[in-house]
Design a protein around this ligand. Structure first.
Ligand code: NAD
Length: 512
């Protein structure tokens, strides 16, 4: 396997280790011009009506639908995931997000009239949404299309231009995204794809974007948050997770077992909302453990359309897993399925590992694993499991499984988490009407839906007066006004509102 050079990024197929091609890397010196071009393109784009912008979105959607299989191939070869997962979890949600914006962007960005209190007699108030300008989007490799395209499109819908730095691990997906924004009414340079790694990302972050939208690890997110704060650039940070799954004894255990195995192992566990910790009520623990072992043993690794799981994407992630699993095993954890890290081969097709006899202080139970491993613990009471679930520094997603919806909702309500799914896993992200984002170290901010477009806009408050009156009551001079203000405020805010007194005081104040 050949690695990247100073000028190029190697596009590697992680399933085979084969280098597919090389992609030209953006030089740090080019970044200044990229911002200049981006700002020029933004003026043109912002002058278009939202309807016109959505016509470009429609054409983009139709092209993506036509080229779905080709795009799936590129994603699959760049990440190692199977084609089915490329289509269902990366391409389809992106197309769905475009269609959602086509339907709702206009409504979300419409001037919104709000009430004006009586104290501001004769005025009107409303909220407007104005594009921020040039938005910098930095994205990861695990869903390389969706996690780049959805913020890019949300920013575009709001009238911004975008500079996108996709992950250096999946540069061919970056190339295909750049191509998708050519033509279709999108002005030249409205979306510029900048290829490169950390150095390029750092240079972009400090080059004066009007908004930064980052998806990636907590470690990088903190650096980006610091850089953004230094220049007072608003930002959204979508970071990692250590999502708990809670199974009560009254859950549909067959469904819960299938859900746990899919939630933990889909995309080889490289999902920010993977099921990373499983808590099962003591009385059904043994039975449930046998059920998930059986489900796990059924999963077929490979690269064909009928296989369930492809390879992991990155060797560095495999090393993180090796460390966490080795530490847990040496502290007494038991490997129920899979292979001891000492016996792993060189490939990125990792056996699926279920671990028991784990404890909350092990890294495997408190740090993001982002790989095909599922540690399980038993619990006795609702209070105990809620405390365990809330005990990490993360809070992205969680799932609660029970036949008693009241109990499930009550548990969900007490979880410190950006989202909770009841009797299912991960899927909250698939509904664009729901906000998406984390609490604690899983991130800052929300996107998706109308709010997901509004974050890329200045929320502007406008208060309007017809300009016909001579003066305002609170303007100079103040002579003789003090007792009238006392009367005005007492009649307005007091125990008993007195409208007549209010009008009288107001009229006399106006005459002063
Ligand atoms: P990462 O943080 O290593 O990299 C993400 C992006 O940041 C890449 O494009 C990378 O080149 C860039 N980058 C790295 N250092 C930078 C710096 N100093 N300045 C600017 N840019 C920099 O993350 P990753 O390994 O690509 O992705 C995996 C992580 O992403 C996991 O932690 C996962 O949980 C998280 N993630 C979160 C979400 C979410 O929506 N919350 C979704 C997917 C993945």
């Amino acid at each position: 396997m050949q690695i990247s050079t100073a000028d190029t990024l190697a596009a590697i197929n992680p399933a085979t280790g084969e280098k597919m091609t090389e992609v030209k890397m953006t030089r740090v010196e080019e970044i200044k011009d990229i911002y200049v071009q981006s700002r020029e393109a933004q003026r043109d784009w912002a002058s278009k009506s939202i309807k016109d912008r959505m016509e470009s979105f429609r054409r983009l959607r139709l092209e993506m639908v036509d080229r779905m299989e080709e795009i799936a191939e590129v994603i699959s070869k760049s990440t190692g995931k199977v084609l089915t997962e490329a289509i269902t979890a990366d391409i389809m949600p992106t197309i769905d997000a475009i269609m959602h914006m086509e339907k709702y962007a206009e409504r979300g960005l419409k001037r919104k009239k709000v009430k004006t209190p009586l104290l501001l007699i004769g005025k009107k108030s409303y909220v407007e949404w104005m594009p921020r300008g040039t938005v910098l989007i930095i994205s990861p490799w695990n869903y390389p299309l969706n996690l780049a395209m959805v913020p890019v499109l949300s920013a575009l819908a709001g009238g911004n231009s975008v500079i996108l730095k996709p992950s250096e691990v999946t540069p061919l997906v970056g190339e295909i995204m750049a191509e998708l924004f050519r033509g279709k009414g999108f002005p030249l340079h409205i979306v510029q794809v900048v290829q490169g790694g950390r150095e390029v990302g750092e240079a972009l972050t400090s080059a004066g974007a009007d908004y930064i939208f980052f998806t990636g690890s907590v470690h990088t997110g903190k650096k980006i948050g610091e850089a953004a704060a230094r220049n007072l650039i608003p930002s959204t940070l979508e970071l990692g997770g250590k999502d708990p799954m809670i199974v009560f004894k009254d859950a549909n255990l067959e469904r819960a077992a299938k859900g746990a195995v899919w939630g933990a192992f889909t995309n080889s566990g490289q999902v920010c909302m993977s099921t990373e910790r499983l808590y099962v009520e003591q009385s059904v623990y043994q039975e449930f453990l046998q059920m998930i072992k059986k489900e796990t043993e059924r999963i077929k690794h490979g690269a064909s359309v009928d296989d369930d799981l492809g390879s992991m994407t990155s060797h560095s992630q495999k090393e993180i897993l090796r460390e966490q699993i080795t530490e847990a095993l040496s502290a007494g954890a038991i490997l129920e399925t899979g292979v001891h890290p000492e016996e792993w081969d060189e490939s990125l097709f990792l056996p699926l590992m279920i671990l028991t006899n784990v404890s909350p202080d092990m890294a495997i139970m408190k740090e993001e694993s982002f790989g095909p491993v599922l540690p399980i613990m038993a619990f006795e009471t609702m209070d105990e499991v809620i405390e365990l679930a809330n005990s990490t520094r993360y809070g992205l997603n969680a799932s609660v499984w029970s036949g008693d919806m009241e109990k499930a909702r009550m548990t969900a309500g007490r979880l410190l988490s950006g989202a909770v799914v009841i009797n299912d896993v991960i899927t909250s992200v698939a509904n664009h009407h729901l906000p998406f984002g984390g609490v604690k170290e899983s991130g800052i901010g929300r996107y998706h839906g109308e709010q997901g477009i509004q974050i890329f806009c200045h929320e502007k408050a406008v208060l309007e007066d017809s300009g016909k009156r001579r003066t305002e009551v609170q303007w100079f001079p103040y002579e003789g006004k003090y007792p009238l203000f006392i009367k005005l405020f007492k009649s307005y805010f007091g125990k008993r509102k007195n409208y007549l007194k209010f009008v009288d005081a107001y009229a006399r104040l106006l005459k002063k």
